[in-house]
Design a protein around this ligand. Structure first.
Ligand SMILES: [Zn+2]
Length: 431
């Protein structure tokens, strides 16, 4: 995934968590090496960067199906998020990491719930995934939102900044903190303005949802008098630090504004389909030079966290909108790696396999019959491969999946713990 999308045959050498050389003869050049991994019959590529996730919702998988966004939030997701405690958050984070790492995702941008986000970060610190984490902020009083998720704006910002003081740059830079106002519907203008100010002052990313459904856009217009993106711009949020999930319903004027301000779009095709939200104008956004990266969103609305599914959907949905070839397999792999790194402001560290970058990489085995004959690696990865074809996942030089197995936990234990935690959670949420 170099700028030229080169495909090279050869070796890749990692030392102290960084890539030191790549290509034919790389091993000879690098001098003596310790561990050697035989990657014959596979593709080594940069680990996937998922830019929109909610790790805490992984325990909600199967508890929130067949509903449109606003009902899905009111009837399922908000009550379940309000019912989380440190123990269930830990179980959700472990469950998410098991699936993400097993299917080749090495870095994420995630929006958690309102409380106890330290537990998510502590758990991530132990496991080894690269993550930018925000606690959700919601300060608009609303009878449909459980009282426990409400926080006054000043407290929401203070808690987020306290989280940043404890965790931003922790674990050798692997963990970072973002500011995460949920979406304009659940935030006051005061909170959005305070978020913009804190982001500018501290250089923190802002992670939010925007223009996911037509109903949401109508509510924002009624509340603020603005189109969603114009409203976010009016609060000072529209900048290259704004990572806006979905952007399905953004008109031409909003798209022009996003291009001008450098807003980053986080495309979630699987979630948009399952919630019936719509098909995002990804080809149009990219044609304007807007950064569009990819995320699975959450297990409550996808219900998979597998980047292979999302790459395939990203490409095929644009074929439905514009005809095949307007978003190619190469584009999809680019969005899943380089563009994700750029959205997170980490493109000097991850997103490609080049000397000097952090060793976040995966090995995809392409020897199985469902991948043959594989004349083009990009086509194979996007249209034929599945998450379970990932054999090795390495973050910061540490193997977290080897021979398709987690190195840091027993997956059956993680699943059992998740089933137990999800039962407690659903009972507390009254489901
Ligand atoms: Zn989301």
């Amino acid at each position: 995934m170099s700028d030229r999308l080169d495909v090279v045959a050869g070796d890749l050498v990692v030392r102290d968590g960084r890539i030191v050389s790549v290509g034919a003869g790389a091993e000879r050049e690098a001098g003596p090496v310790g561990t050697v991994i035989d990657a014959a019959g596979g593709y080594v590529l940069p680990g996937f960067v998922q830019t929109h996730l909610h790790l805490c919702q992984t325990l909600f998988r199967g508890w929130a199906d067949d509903l449109p966004l606003l009902e899905w939030l009111r009837r399922r997701v908000w009550p379940l998020e309000a019912a989380h405690d440190p123990e269930t958050l830990r179980a959700a984070t472990r469950l998410a990491c098991a699936e993400l790492l097993r299917t080749g995702t090495t870095a994420v941008l995630t929006m958690e719930t309102v409380h106890d986000t330290d537990v998510v970060l502590e758990t991530l610190a132990g496991i080894g995934l690269r993550a930018t984490v925000g606690k959700c902020m919601m300060d608009r009083l609303d009878p449909d939102v459980p009282r426990r998720l409400y926080e006054p704006a000043a407290r929401a910002i203070e808690e987020s900044l306290a989280l940043a003081r404890r965790w931003h740059g922790a674990a050798g830079g692997r963990l970072r903190v973002a500011l995460a106002p949920r979406f304009a519907v659940s935030c006051t203008r005061d909170l959005l303005e305070a978020t913009a100010a804190a982001s500018a002052e501290q250089g923190l990313l802002v992670h939010t949802h925007a223009s996911e459904t037509r109903d949401e856009v109508a509510i924002v217009r009624a509340q603020s008098g603005f189109d969603n993106m114009a409203y976010l711009a009016a609060t000072g949020l529209a900048s290259p630090r704004l990572c806006a999930a979905h952007c399905v319903w953004v008109d031409e004027g909003e798209q022009a504004l996003m291009a001008e301000r450098g807003v980053r779009v986080l495309h979630c095709p699987g979630s948009n389909l399952k919630l019936g939200s719509g098909l995002a104008p990804v080809v149009e956004l990219r044609a304007r030079g807007i950064s569009v990266s990819i995320g699975a969103d959450g297990a409550a609305c996808n219900n998979r966290l597998d980047m292979f599914d999302e790459m395939r959907l990203a490409a095929t949905l644009q074929a439905v909108r514009h005809g095949p070839g307007r978003l190619t397999a190469r584009d999809a792999v680019w969005m899943a790696t380089r563009e994700g790194a750029r959205a997170l402001g980490l493109d000097d560290q991850i997103g490609s396999l080049e000397p000097g970058k952090r060793a976040d990489l995966i090995l995809v085995d392409v020897r199985a019959p469902h991948l043959a004959p594989a004349p083009d690696p990009y086509s194979t990865l996007v249209y034929a491969a599945r998450g379970t074809d990932v054999r090795l996942t390495v973050v910061d030089g540490r193997p977290l999946v080897e021979e398709g197995r987690l190195t840091w936990a027993d997956p059956e234990e993680i699943a059992a713990e998740a089933r137990e935690a999800s039962r407690r959670l659903a009972a507390r949420a009254g489901l």
